[in-house]
Design a protein around this ligand. Structure first.
Ligand code: BG6
Ligand code: MG
Length: 211
């Protein structure tokens, strides 16, 4: 029986995936590195430094570790400028309704995100303090598809992995949930899940799945 639902943040609860794209694109353009939506899709769920390595696959020169750290910081500065504009109105359709309904039915809810900006994003969208647990890029050493972020969320909740459903928009996130021994729901076409939905806008979609 499902006791807890673990939500990815970027692309599931809020559309920060667009902000990530714009920030990487600006940095890549400045460096003369080709970057497009297709490459951006490979960055979903992947940590900042691992994402940078993917972006640099198209670079015409190599970068030192110090240069890489500076590029990642520059991208993150651009990204933070964008997410500081987020408000509760940016919560994706159906996310709040599903979260509230789960809560009312005694299901625990947690965030499982690779992002180190999770606390800032949750504050911006008014969900700071809402979740029963928040596991994010600040408390893990291996990013998705490693299951660490979700295992830690389950531990914080006192739930067994088999009692958890992971909601993800990234292939890497679905793989992380599966490797963690959890059930998985894909939104926006992420591959390899147990359940699929276009997004969370369908009324009661999560209650239907965990029933
Ligand atoms: C994930 C995003 O949630 O967080 C990735 O899907 C991103 O695209 C990762 O790279 C790390 O985010 P941040 O905010 O720590 O740079
Ligand atoms: Mg995501």
């Amino acid at each position: 029986m499902i006791k807890a639902v673990l939500f990815d943040l970027d692309g599931v609860i809020v559309s920060t995936d667009r902000c990530h794209y714009r920030a990487w694109k600006r940095m890549a353009d400045e460096e003369g590195i080709f970057f497009d939506e297709k490459i951006n899709d490979r960055l979903r769920g992947v940590s900042r430094m691992a994402s940078l390595e993917i972006v640099l696959e198209r670079a015409s020169r190599t970068y030192t570790d110090a240069e890489k750290a500076a590029l990642a910081e520059r991208k993150n500065d651009y990204y933070k400028d964008l997410i500081r504009e987020l408000t509760p109105a940016d919560i994706l359709p159906g996310a709040m309704e599903n979260l509230t309904e789960l809560r009312e039915n005694g299901i625990l809810v947690a965030v499982g995100s690779s992002s180190k900006n999770t606390p800032l994003i949750l504050r911006q969208i008014g969900l700071d303090g809402f979740f029963d647990a928040v596991s994010d890029g600040n408390n893990i050493s291996h990013s998705k598809p490693d299951p660490e972020v979700f295992i830690k969320a389950a531990q914080m909740l006192g739930a067994d992995p088999a009692e958890c459903l992971v909601v993800e928009d990234a292939d890497a996130g679905i793989e992380a949930g599966r490797r963690g021994g959890m059930q998985t729901l894909s939104v926006k076409g992420a591959k390899g899940a147990d359940h699929f939905a276009p997004d969370l806008s369908e009324y009661s979609i999560l209650r239907q799945i965990i029933r």
